[in-house]
Design a protein around this ligand. Sequence first.
Ligand SMILES: Nc1nc2c(c(=O)[nH]1)N[C@H]1C(S)=C(S)[C@@H](COP(=O)(O)O)O[C@H]1N2
Ligand SMILES: [Mo]
Length: 326
Amino acid sequence: MPIHRRRGWSLPESRATSEGLFRRRRLLRVAAGLGTIALAGSAAAVWFKHDDSAARDDDPSAYRYPVARNESFGVPAPLTPLRHAATYNNFYEFGHDKKIWRTARTLPLRPWTITVGGLVERPFEIAVDELLGRVALEERVYRHRCVEGWSMIVPWSGFPLRALAEMSRPLAGAKYLVMRALHKPELLRGQHDFNHAWPYTEALAIDEATHELAFVATGLYGAPLPKPNGAPLRLVLPWKYGFKSIKSVVAFEFAESRPRTFWQTLQPNEYGFWANVNPAVDHPRWSQATEKPLGASERIPTRLYNGYGEWVAGLYADRQDEKLFF
Ligand SMILES: Nc1nc2c(c(=O)[nH]1)N[C@H]1C(S)=C(S)[C@@H](COP(=O)(O)O)O[C@H]1N2
Ligand SMILES: [Mo]
């Protein structure tokens, strides 16, 4: 398999870990994987018609959708079909390849409790369904750009991340928001891989976290989030590379300092803390100038801040001494 010749957009994120690690894993997977790769495309189409994790009827929050669209941040086009968005994913809790939609069926949707704490006046714990009743849900169509060079445009439903800060009231010493995803190796198969620092952890500076664009998605295409996209709730940070948009979050913690994130632990020089999209700054091993929209045949140019500069560039004006891009 001429893996070194695959195009940038098809590179699994695992290649962006150390090459040696990747090769060892790949040797183990290659025998089992070769047969299923060819079938995956057609199987995805069949599954999409018949599997209820795509229909999402079993999700107790289904009655809340669809919700009204907020167009203040533009309505980019063309939309990426749901069948692509929900069958080509990065979700390492279920494995290293893009076709995790089948294994992601074991993601437990309820009970699902979220804790919001750390340096706040009012720490709290809340069941996801209660949280959904307390926030104002809206739809936003956002561009999503993965650091690997693929992208999509989809309508997410959810609420601004800053709502969690309003509910918990961060103290003056809180400089970052740290987020952790579900850790349940008995159900999330990928967590048997001890080369990774589970749970998946990400963090934002507090002004990024409370920025109007930072969004918690609880739905996709007018229905609850499909499991492969990080049900029951995940972040969407459209101006940053996709790895910052943590899925299946269980904990939000306001903190004084930056934690070591999942990707930084693995490869600090390839997954910078700020991770803002910039076509002019190459990844150490590939160009970031263009991207491949899922389902499209042509690559398109990538834009600074993924096209969201008019809203977010100001966040970085006083941070020019930091490595904002990589
Ligand atoms: N918990 C968790 N969140 C995650 C990831 C992951 O592996 N685990 N992958 C990230 C990466 S690299 C990307 S590009 C996006 C992909 O989101 P999507 O599959 O819904 O397109 O999720 C991000 N959030
Ligand atoms: Mo990504």
